[in-house]
Write a new protein. Structure first.
Lengths: 280, 406
């Protein structure tokens, strides 16, 4: 490496060390320090997590929510992308409308959602208006609360998946589909044997991008249901830090979240790297 | 930087011969500018500026600032007020204690965090505090004596029953009446039952009211209170499990709740929304069937001087000013704060806080023991086990007692 290269990357390296490596090492140190006895290394913080039922709910939430969110977002994003590659009037306007939720600032969107799904919120008012019964959408710990969080998250983030898939769809040469049509392939067969295989790299990219992001899900469950309603590891860590002032337990939960993210994303990353290698 | 610049200047001047004097003068200017810039970046304060971290809401800051302006004029000492949340103040205090030096001269801490901050603040002698100490509520001062006098009550706060006057007409006065309201209006009574200190503040008044100590899960008072919680459980608002001060207040404003316990700030909130005192009012807590008069948990802010405070004597002068009758009267009248001074009546003519005023003589401190945070969590878990997991009250309390002793 040339000297000029070293000089050029030094600010970036310094930034990474100061704001990423050092805080990460500090957090790992805190996770392995017994705050009461001041002892290092110690597994006391992890033992206290092990005994806490809310922690296990958070672990479960951190698996269930990302999986459900990514599946819903992928299906919705794909359906919208397929629909909006068709030629029809108002297609451009509809594309803009589909992207709109992603442009809304997160806290604004979440506040709207909270007011919408509260027991006396807009959704139940609409249900009552059409003669239905109100539903407890955000009942803490209920399957419906999980589903509401997934739906709210999907509404906000599906545009990202949609854009990725739309770009990939528009890049598929039309003549392949037309040739298959001439050979008598129906719509489903063309989708299954032509569109889907050609979309696969984009789908993997979307799953990777959204999957990693969903593992860090924090504000949606926290704002909609509180820590106890639909717990995830990041909101659990926040709860330990904010409600109990237990920095060690919070750091331990954060370390476990990082490990879980690495563990769950490794197969996807491996697949992605494999795809890059094959392209090269 | 200060050391490096003259060295560089000397070398530079030596190399270039005769321009030494002019070069050094230029370097001095540069050094001065850098020192000022560094001082500004580091938030340096002069010997005549006190740094005071207090948990003030944006709406309170301007009034508080105007009060402190009087101190600045009178004493000739500038006060830099840093408005932060209690948790952030406690963290800053702890960080400065670990660092061995700091810039905070005076801090305001939540009564809950006092045991956690004992090691980080200085012990005060009674004679240093002077006159205000004699006029402060003895119970409130007692809560600040942790291994010596370390914390002085700045403002007091406690909970009362917040009820929907428009629907209920009059507030329930006994536990039996609370149950009657619950049965008549299911899902419209809420507890702040998220896992946090606020839940303990909701639980302890019932335990105390039933004659319990709050320090044991085995006494009759605890068992009576938890049997009551079990009876109430089917009628509680489902989101009680996640409610905190602000979310439960929001639910009440939306009309989802008829009753809950909360701190005085919510009444200002409801007044600003046009809901109080017409629709929503405050009332004393209800009586237990077999217990003493209902008690409520002491809350509020306490002043403390950090162990490493740069200007302890000046901080003491500010403390005396803040606790003086004139200043406390202004806080009471202009901010609606309850004063820890016994010579200031709380009745400022506002019907908003009548329920709180009725509870003034029934304030209890949380158990003063080193393992209070652990004890508090056990109360929270026992409540949630009984109310949300339908555990038997006796069994939940026995488990909590075992955990406390283990």
């Amino acid at each position: 490496m040339k000297r000029v290269d070293v000089v050029a990357i030094t600010p970036l390296l310094a930034f990474l060390v100061l704001f990423l490596v050092y805080p990460m090492l500090h957090a790992i140190g805190m996770a392995f320090t017994d705050g009461t006895a001041g002892q290092f290394p110690s597994l006391e913080n992890f033992r206290s997590l092990w005994r806490d039922r809310l922690f296990w709910s958070a672990v479960l939430g951190n698996i269930v929510l990302p999986v459900c969110s990514v599946v819903v977002e992928l299906l919705l994003g794909l359906a919208l992308a397929l629909l909006l590659t068709q030629q029809f009037r108002g297609r451009r306007a509809l594309r803009a409308i589909v992207i709109l939720p992603f442009a809304i600032p997160e806290i604004v969107f979440l506040t709207i959602m909270r007011y919408a799904f509260a027991p006396r919120g807009y959704v139940n008012a609409a249900l009552l208006g059409v003669g239905g019964a109100p539903i407890d959408w955000l009942r803490p710990g209920s399957a419906l609360a999980y589903a509401t969080v997934v739906a709210a998250d999907a509404w906000h983030v599906t545009p990202v998946v949609f854009l990725l898939l739309l770009a990939a769809l528009t890049a598929i040469p039309e003549d392949i589909g037309e040739a298959a049509k001439l050979d008598g392939a129906g719509g489903w067969a063309r989708f299954r044997h032509i569109t889907l295989p050609l979309l696969q790299p984009a789908i993997v990219a979307a799953v990777l991008l959204r999957g990693l992001d969903a593992l860090r899900m924090f504000s949606t469950p926290l704002v909609l249901t509180g820590v106890e309603g639909v717990p995830v590891l990041s909101s659990y860590a926040y709860h330990q830090w904010s409600d109990y002032g237990d920095d060690g337990a919070a750091a331990a939960a954060a370390v476990l979240l990082a490990l879980l993210s690495l563990f769950l994303s490794a197969p996807l990353l491996r697949r992605r790297v494999g795809a890059w290698e094959s392209v090269r | 930087v200060r050391a490096a610049i003259p060295w560089r200047a000397r070398n530079h001047a030596r190399n270039r011969g005769g321009e030494l004097e002019g070069e050094l003068r230029q370097i001095d200017y540069v050094r001065g500018a850098i020192a000022i810039a560094l001082c500004g970046l580091a938030g340096c304060t002069s010997d005549n500026t006190l740094t005071f971290a207090a948990a003030l809401l944006p709406g309170e800051l301007s009034v508080y600032r105007a009060v402190v302006d009087d101190f600045e004029r009178r004493e000739g000492i500038k006060v830099d007020i840093v408005a932060q949340q209690y948790a952030d103040i406690r963290r800053a205090l702890a960080a400065e204690a670990i660092a061995g030096s700091g810039s905070l001269d005076l801090v305001e801490l939540d009564v809950y965090s006092l045991p956690l901050a004992v090691q980080d603040v200085a012990v005060l002698r009674d004679d240093e505090v002077g006159d205000p100490l004699d006029e402060l509520s003895a119970a409130a001062v007692r809560a600040g004596r942790l291994d010596g006098l370390r914390f002085l009550p700045h403002r007091l706060s406690w909970q009362a029953l917040i009820y929907n006057h428009a629907v209920l007409g009059k507030p329930p006065e006994t536990w039996e009446e609370v149950l009657a309201v619950a049965r008549a209006h299911p899902q419209q009574i809420g507890f702040k039952a998220a896992l946090y200190e606020g839940l303990t503040c909701d639980v302890l008044p019932f335990v105390w009211s039933a004659g319990g100590s709050g320090e044991s899960f085995a006494d009759a008072g605890a068992h009576e209170a938890f049997r009551f919680f079990a009876q109430l459980a089917p009628y509680l608002h489902a989101q009680s499990a996640t409610f905190k001060e602000s979310t439960i207040a929001e639910a009440m404003a939306r009309g989802e709740l008829l009753l809950h316990l909360n701190w005085p700030f919510v009444m200002s909130l409801y007044a600003s929304q046009g809901l109080a005192p017409g629709t929503i009012r405050s009332a004393p807590l209800p009586h237990a069937p077999s217990g003493a008069a209902p008690a409520t948990v002491l809350g509020g802010g306490y002043l403390a001087i950090p162990r490493k405070a740069p200007q302890r004597q000046k901080a003491l002068r500010l403390t005396r000013f803040l606790l003086s009758r004139t200043t406390q009267l202004r806080f009471n009248r202009e901010l609606g704060w309850f004063s820890p001074r016994v010579d200031i009546a709380d009745d400022n003519g506002s019907p908003l806080l009548s329920g709180f005023e009725a509870m003034r003589d029934r304030i209890e401190s949380r158990p003063e023991r080193a393992d209070y945070p652990h004890l508090s969590r056990l109360w929270q878990r026992a409540f949630r086990a009984v109310v949300f997991e339908h555990a038997d009250p006796g069994e939940a309390l026995r488990k909590a007692q075992r955990d406390l002793q283990g």
